[in-house]
Design a binder for this molecule. Sequence first.
Ligand code: SF4
Ligand code: SF4
Length: 483
Amino acid sequence: MDARAQLVMVFNLDKCIGCHACSISCKNIWTDRRGAEYMWWNNVETKPGIGYPKKWEDQGTFKGGWVVDRGKLRLRALGKGPTLLNMFFQPNMPKMEDYYEPFDFDYGNLYGAGEGNDQPVAEAFSRISGRKIETIRGGPNWDDDLSGSQLYAAKDVNLEEHGIVEEYGRMFMQYLPRTCNHCLHPACVASCPSRAMYKRGEDGIVLVDQNVCRGWRFCTSACPYKKVYFNWDSGKAEKCIHCFPRTETGQCMACAHSCVGRIRYVGVLLYDAEKVEQALLKPDAELVEAHRAVILDPRDPAVREAAGRNGVSDRWLEAAVKSPVHALVKEFGLALPLHPEFRTLPMAYYIPSLSPILSTQGDTHELMEHGLFPEPETLRAPLGYLASLLSGGNREVVAAVLAKLIALRSFMRARNLHQPMDAGALEKAGLDEAAAVRLYRLFTLGGYDERYVIPAQQREEQDPHTRKGASGFGILTQAGKGK
Ligand code: SF4
Ligand code: SF4
């Protein structure tokens, strides 16, 4: 066993209100500078929709992530031949129009325009070239709230690939906040020829060493989530740093701190690095189960001992026991990885949204008047769509999560309204009363210290072998050198 610790975020999609407070707080702190104008390390997408950069989920175009090739994992875009040919040119990288040309407005003209017949206006100009922009054609949340639009929602690859376009007419809408997933098997790290990208041994945060990066941009192409950006001014790659100057002092990330919907949870997961590669060789439909199997029980003495040997401190072990993330991902199996079939083993998890609790069959209101909720299979959000996003296409996995959420709501509704409670329904969904009360608290009233359990750390306390570059598994760089 090779037990390691990772700082992980969970998002409860039912609660996201799409306010973008998270994106703005991140932008103000980290990417409000030259060359980074178009970067949104945290962004929020409307689903169904094409997201940012446009159609990032379409690996047929962008060729990110890993594939299983003759029983082994291989970066989708890279083999020796293409690597050498593409050294100076990244054909699979999103273009500026796939993001958007960052713009601002010439507000000075409102004050400084001379006398004339027309009202002065603040015209748009490019933050890159400075030239005037006649028509703004895109932005980081251009399809915000347009989930009904033929232009955007209909092009969502999750609809196309899983043959559920016909359900589009009775589609629902939800928000999908995204940051770097600080993956356990990061394609960005494996693809970097300069070895500038690394995964910190002590907390699993994936970073770019700005002194080492030579701007090859393999990382941008290789990340299937398109969460590495190229700074056109510095010529270096940049990405979400999980707010490590904050987390090292026990504070949560700025995006989580500012989250109006209180949808985010941050905590420690322990995982077995030896199991990562085998887990990712499983077929798509088995990947969620394989993810869960990689995560270790922090109460198990053998796990604690193995983690201790790897330099995981007692403080971190205690945080792993109290971790809301461990409860949501492993203990209750409610939070699922985003696109596990990209095979980077993302360390951000999502609780699928139950809302709107509207059935495609029968009268939902009539059902609920009798204390009944619709079956997961009949909810307005098609199971196939959620499965495409969160379980490698496995509908049963998502249905099981939704069944738990329905049982939880049903039980707590009856309890709060002093109606008869059906504990059997909870049991059938794999929960009990104590679990229901605990989850209800986490989802509703849970305060800062319950939602964010982040142990402070000092780098000098860490065992040197868990420092930079110790990714914890036999990851190969494209040059074929093991780390
Ligand atoms: S999402 Fe994963 S592959 Fe992409 S930049 Fe983050 S760690 Fe790397
Ligand atoms: S701040 Fe929270 S609720 Fe608002 S968009 Fe971001 S994740 Fe959603």
